[in-house]
Design a protein around this ligand. Structure first.
Ligand SMILES: Cc1cc2nc3c(=O)[nH]c(=O)nc-3n(C[C@H](O)[C@H](O)[C@H](O)COP(=O)(O)O)c2cc1C
Length: 481
């Protein structure tokens, strides 16, 4: 792997001409506004905010990091011009279970360059932005990796859960029901024990991406990215909790969550594009220690109306993970999947199959909706045949309206896994939602009599473009015949 930490990664992106330095933007407004602009502009650069008013020069925020396929390829160590499907396939190979490599535990690391404990703890030392105007506070944790340990098995989980600054010594954390971090937290609370936690704010983008993805239950993200990197990921032991934290992390907050220590958290602009939760009591971390590098860099990944930055890598990686879970569930003949960015890569998913037997399409769409990659806060799943390009929404919807018939083609799943932030569910009834499943394959019983579709096969299409494509270019003239 060409880079180790966030600084290295920025240097590599800079060498590719993909970084802009932004001086003097305010944490109160400008940084949130600029980031929103970048998220909603195709191929926008990485922004490194420095000289933030009120903060020392060098205390930086990086935003819009992995917002292009090129920068995703850089992050995964793949060729920069790799196409969509080879990227997904390569990612699946790199994350095969047998590639996992345990982290290397080092004695020391740059994360310990600066240490604050006890009365010295000051979370306000860092320029956490006010990302959206209606947020309930400043969020230090958007591009975070939260490290926790399962009290029964010792499994180390790293997940991205947002972190709000309450004051200089306290932060609040929101974990959705069902997430691994929530399962661990509840396990401690049920035993009457405090829950150890380390919040990493600023780390290499590969660890960040891993902590936002459906890494299987029981597998540590550290081992998972060790497999991608092909070498152990370097960690050090956090002194108070004993949790492993990245040796090269920019900033880490350490302490314990207690069942009875809560404070109002939110509202916060959320991944689907709404402030859906309002203000709710959530656990508070009394920060016992802060570790940070000289001139620390916060990784800023604030939600915006989709598609926003992580959707631009998650549409590749969550779609790949969907293929893995479907295969693991025993669904044969699955050829492709696409979790659309406009739905936050959760709300609208298309899978394609080569239909092999009656009921195959139904099986595929129910598994897509309910496997671990699809279960949380989904909405609509469409299954198409493999002649349809799953990434082409027009083609997908053409299949829906020409091969589907509502009374035969729709299923609804009731009382599925949702949570407090689902904007479509009544404020007093949140918890479950329903799913619309659309079978846009030709009906199995009479597929042989289904009218043939107009249109050349892909080879003829390519040949037409090769021979006649000049017609589409106003500056080109007809080649010699
Ligand atoms: C930028 C970003 C912010 C996120 N914030 C939260 C959050 O505040 N709470 C939450 O439960 N999940 C959040 N998620 C989703 C989780 O990180 C994701 O579901 C991940 O798989 C959780 O890890 P786990 O599967 O180990 O629990 C966020 C994802 C991204 C990309």
């Amino acid at each position: 792997m060409e880079y180790l930490d966030l600084r290295d990664w920025i240097d590599r992106a800079r060498a590719l001409g993909e970084v802009r330095d932004v001086l003097g933007a305010s944490w109160e407004e400008d940084i949130g506004h600029v980031t929103e602009m970048l998220h909603h502009t195709d191929d926008a650069p990485v922004a490194v905010f420095d000289d933030i008013p009120g903060y020392p020069k060098g205390y930086r925020i990086v935003a819009n990091a992995v917002a292009t396929r090129r920068r995703l390829a850089l992050t995964l160590g793949l060729p920069l011009d790799i196409e969509r499907r080879p990227l997904m396939d390569r990612f699946l190979e790199l994350t095969e279970a047998d590639r996992a490599i345990p982290p290397a535990v080092l004695d020391d690391g740059p994360v310990f360059q600066n240490v604050q404990t006890g009365d010295d703890v000051d979370v306000l030392k860092f320029p956490s932005p006010w990302w959206h105007p209606l947020d309930g506070g400043r969020y230090i944790g958007t591009g975070v990796s939260v490290v926790m340990r399962d009290p029964d098995t010792g499994w180390i989980n790293v997940g991205t859960y947002r972190v709000m600054v309450h004051d200089a010594k306290r932060v609040g954390i929101y974990i959705a029901p069902g997430k691994h971090g929530m399962q661990m937290r509840n396990a401690y609370f049920e035993r009457g024990e405090p829950c150890p936690i380390a919040i990493v704010c600023g780390m290499d983008p590969l660890l960040f991406m891993a902590s936002t993805l459906e890494v299987p239950q029981g597998v540590s993200e550290y081992e998972w990215i060790g497999g991608i990197r092909g070498e152990p990921y370097p960690v050090v032991t956090a002194p108070i909790t004993g949790l492993p934290i990245p040796a090269t992390a920019e900033i880490v907050l350490e302490g314990f969550l207690h069942k009875d220590k809560v404070a109002p958290e939110g509202p916060f602009g959320e991944w689907h594009g709404y402030y859906a939760t309002g203000k709710k009591d959530e656990p508070v971390l009394d920060v016992e220690a802060v570790y940070h590098r000289d001139d620390p860099i916060l990784l800023g990944v604030p939600p915006n109306k989709p598609p926003w930055e992580p959707m631009r890598y998650r549409e590749y990686l969550r779609s790949a993970i969907m293929l893995r879970y479907m295969k693991a569930a025993g669904v044969p003949g699955v050829t492709d999947a696409w979790c659309y960015a406009f739905g936050g890569t959760r709300l609208f998913t298309v899978v394609s199959i080569q239909p092999r037997y009656p009921g195959h399409a139904r099986q595929a769409m129910h598994i897509a909706a309910m496997c671990h990659a699809g279960a949380y806060m989904g909405r609509i799943v469409v299954v198409v045949e493999d002649d349809i390009d799953v990434t082409d929404l027009e083609e997908v919807m053409w299949a829906v309206v020409t091969r589907g018939d509502p009374e035969r083609s729709l299923d609804i799943i009731h009382r599925a896994w949702s949570g407090p932030i689902d904007p479509a569910i009544h404020p007093d009834e949140k918890g479950h939602n329903s799913r619309l499943l659309i079978d846009a394959t030709r009906p199995w019983e009479w597929r042989d009599r289904f009218p043939p579709a107009i249109g050349p096969d892909p080879a003829t299409k390519a040949d037409t473009r090769r021979r006649w494509g000049w017609i589409l270019d106003p500056t080109a003239s007809q080649p010699d015949r």
